[in-house]
Design a binder for this molecule. Structure first.
Ligand code: GAP
Length: 680
């Protein structure tokens, strides 16, 4: 079968990333470690630029967001409060042969014939037993009379001698008899033979009766070779040397996910598997000292909410942003860096007033009128408009760093997909080459970022588990509340009470106690106190890097030194995130004046951007090397720069544009402002 073109594209991308120093397998010299990746010199620059862009957009260029950098290991209580200890698990299935684990929801559907093997015999011993039975005059198999046994045995002997089989098909070779009983009796006989003939030196067990089902998918053209190979491997793994398989039947199965697509073996039943990496703090490895590597950066933000609020002089609505490592022991890391076990997140927790408080202050909550960006934040925005705002802001961010709108998908999670505390979640997907396609053949995309409206769940949980108050006092609300008519106060009070009670009951509190606590919370609202709600845009750095590389990868035609057209590989990164912004080339490396001038230009640009000097090889080759790593600008210093053609061209250089390959003449003094205008 020809390789799908998306796979070829991914292969080219992976190979370029390794060859040019973007991404390496972690611990490669020791064979690598699955799910872990290192960023090489160019990858490290690209990653820095991406994080820097996010940080600038989300914090420094806003009045209403403060930053945080918390530790990776935190109190394990945090993960109890967040629910990660109890529920951060994927359903996992395992191959009984390779022990490879798959996420249950990621196993491909297959149809075909499922073959049921009930056990296997050691071939040498079974053959020896057959030979003895052939010359026996009595009925040696316990529980079977001679006539019956002989008929069975003769068939078996004939079958084994004739075909040196991979398997014995019980239905045909041993037709018409209580076959499985017979096989077990045969097993007992084999054991007797072995006792009588210890010199046979049989390694491993005589036989094993453990069932395994193996799928022979239609897609394999019903080749039987792999089927028996898999079943053999199953019994070999359990110690049988050179097994003869016992095949007890087959059945047709349709669109099943119960079999390993790699070898056909039936997978174990799904089991929950907690994704947090565990460790111990201090020298004693006991349950009391267990700690976890954080599986998300978000929880530190909630845990430090009060400290940030008090020290940053922010008022709700405001956000706390953090970039940092997160760790998940993913069952099946896959698609290159897309699903890794160590990765980085860029998360914002944006705290807003509950809708009841907005209604009290602004008399009503604005409802989203149209799709698209709702504009500058307004005092009467409730969670829906804030959510819409952040979805649009985040899409704009991706566009600003070079991902075109049509490469992104805005996916609104269906009610049944939402976490129990979430009111709405939008996933921003990027159409990776490895994404699945819909019925129309369109790439469906894979998640880059999720933007969730998480209600007041997180702060409520931390208040409950830590026993520390997490609410805020809002003077504006207090003043507004006092001016409200009684009916309005009652209406808002009741709605807030009901929301709080719903949460409290879900935490397991008895209805009476929940009513009491919710009453306190609603009384608090009337005095200007509440737990802020949260909108959470949560993005993955590594997935974004991969999306940017996939998006930038292009092949076109360009002339070589002799004017012959050749394929040019070019990474069309947006200049803002390109690892190297400009490459500076002296036309010839053996002309000291050219070299000195080129180095002077490099030194002029270097304090402001990542500028790279290269004097090796023909100029065309040097351009190609930079195209392949996405450097947007190339500057060549030639004899005109030195003033050999007169003063007019003196101190001018050739500026080459990566994407169009067009060249223009620019004064050296114009270079810095020009490039700066493109990279900011
Ligand atoms: N605090 C919310 C949260 O962590 P998430 O959807 O589990 O939500 C957010 O993760 C983002 O983190 C994802 O959209 C993705 O970009 C990134 N991410 C999650 N798991 C990842 C993994 N195993 N490898 C790489 N990136 C991952």
């Amino acid at each position: 079968m020809p390789e799908p073109k998306e796979n070829l594209l991914m292969e080219k991308i992976v190979s370029l990333c390794k060859r040019r120093g973007f991404i390496f397998q972690s611990s490669e010299i020791y064979g690598g470690i699955n799910g872990f990746w290192d960023y090489g010199p160019l990858g490290a620059e690209l990653k820095r630029n991406v994080k820097e862009s996010w940080w600038l957009t989300m914090t420094r260029q806003r009045e209403d967001v403060a930053g945080l950098e918390a530790t990776i290991i935190m109190s394990p209580e945090i993960w109890k409060a967040s629910g990660h200890v109890a529920t951060f698990a994927d359903l996992m299935v395992e191959c009984p042969i390779t022990n490879k684990r798959f996420r249950a929801d990621q196993v491909d559907e297959q149809s075909g014939f499922a073959h049921r093997f009930i056990g296997a015999f050691n071939r040498t011993l079974l053959s020896a037993a057959m030979a003895e039975l052939a010359s026996s005059t009595t009925s040696p198999i316990h529980g079977f009379d001679k006539a019956q046994t002989n008929e069975q045995v003769l068939k078996l002997i004939g079958f084994i001698n004739r075909s040196n089989p991979t398997h014995i098909t019980l239905n045909t070779v041993l037709a018409g008899e209580p076959r499985e009983d017979f096989v077990r009796a045969l097993y007992a006989y084999c054991e007797e033979v072995l006792k009588r003939r210890p010199a046979m030196d049989i390694k491993g067990p005589v036989a094993i009766f453990e069932e395994v089902n193996v799928l022979q998918p239609y897609s394999s053209g019903l080749e039987t070779k792999n089927l028996y190979k898999t079943a053999k491997a199953f019994y070999e793994k359990r110690g049988i040397v050179d097994p003869i398989l016992l095949l007890a039947g087959r059945k047709e199965v349709d669109k099943t996910t119960a079999y390993n697509p790699e070898n056909g073996a039936e997978l174990t039943k799904p089991r929950p598997f907690n994704l947090m990496f565990k460790t111990f703090v201090g020298p004693v490895e006991s349950d009391d000292n267990v700690a976890y590597l954080r599986p998300e950066t978000a929880q530190a933000i909630f845990a430090q909410f009060k400290n940030v609020l008090e020290t940053s002089r922010q008022k709700v609505p405001f956000g706390i942003a953090q970039i940092g490592k997160a760790f998940r022991n993913e069952v099946t890391p896959r698609n290159y860096t897309f699903r890794s076990r160590e990765f980085e997140q860029m998360e914002l927790e944006f705290f807003i007033k509950p809708d009841e408080a907005i209604e009290a202050i602004s008399s009503s909550v604005a409802t989203p009128a149209t799709k698209g960006h709702p504009g500058e934040p307004q005092a009467n925005w409730g969670w829906q408009l804030w959510h819409q705002y952040w979805v649009e802001e985040r899409i704009k961010f991706y566009e600003d760093i070079g991902l075109p709108r049509n490469s992104l998908v805005e996916y609104w999670q269906k009610p049944e997909e939402l976490a129990h505390y979430a009111r709405a979640t939008v996933d921003i997907l990027y159409k990776f080459p490895f994404s699945k396609r819909d019925e129309k053949g369109e790439l469906m995309g894979e998640e880059l970022e999720g933007i969730a409206a998480r209600s007041d769940f997180d702060l409520s949980q931390h208040a409950r588990f830590s026993g520390k108050p997490m609410g805020v006092f809002d003077d504006e609300l207090k003043v507004a509340w006092e001016k409200l008519p009684k009916e309005k106060q009652d209406d808002l009070w009741r709605r807030y009470y009901e929301n709080r009670k719903k949460y409290l009951v879900k935490t397991g509190l008895a209805s009476e106690q929940a009513s009491k606590n919710a009453t306190n919370d609603a009384n608090g609202l009337a005095k200007g106190q509440y737990l802020p709600h949260v909108i959470e845009p949560s993005a993955g750095v590594d997935r974004l890097i991969l999306a940017l590389i996939c998006n930038a990868y292009n092949e076109d035609q360009a002339p070589d030194e002799k004017g012959k057209m050749e394929t040019r590989v070019v990474l069309k990164f947006h200049p803002r995130i390109a690892p190297i912004k400009v490459a500076i080339f002296p036309l010839l490396k053996n002309k000291p004046e050219l070299v000195a001038k080129a180095k002077a230009v490099r030194d002029l640009l270097r304090p402001h951007m990542n500028a790279f000097y290269d004097e090796a090889g023909a100029i065309g080759r040097r351009y190609r090397r930079q195209d392949e790593i996405g450097t947007p600008f190339g500057v060549t210093i030639d004899f005109d720069t030195l003033g050999e053609k007169g003063d007019e061209l003196k101190d001018t250089v050739t500026l080459r544009h990566r994407d169009t390959m067009k060249q223009e003449r620019l004064k050296i003094s114009e270079l810095l402002p020009f490039i700066m205008s493109k990279i900011h």
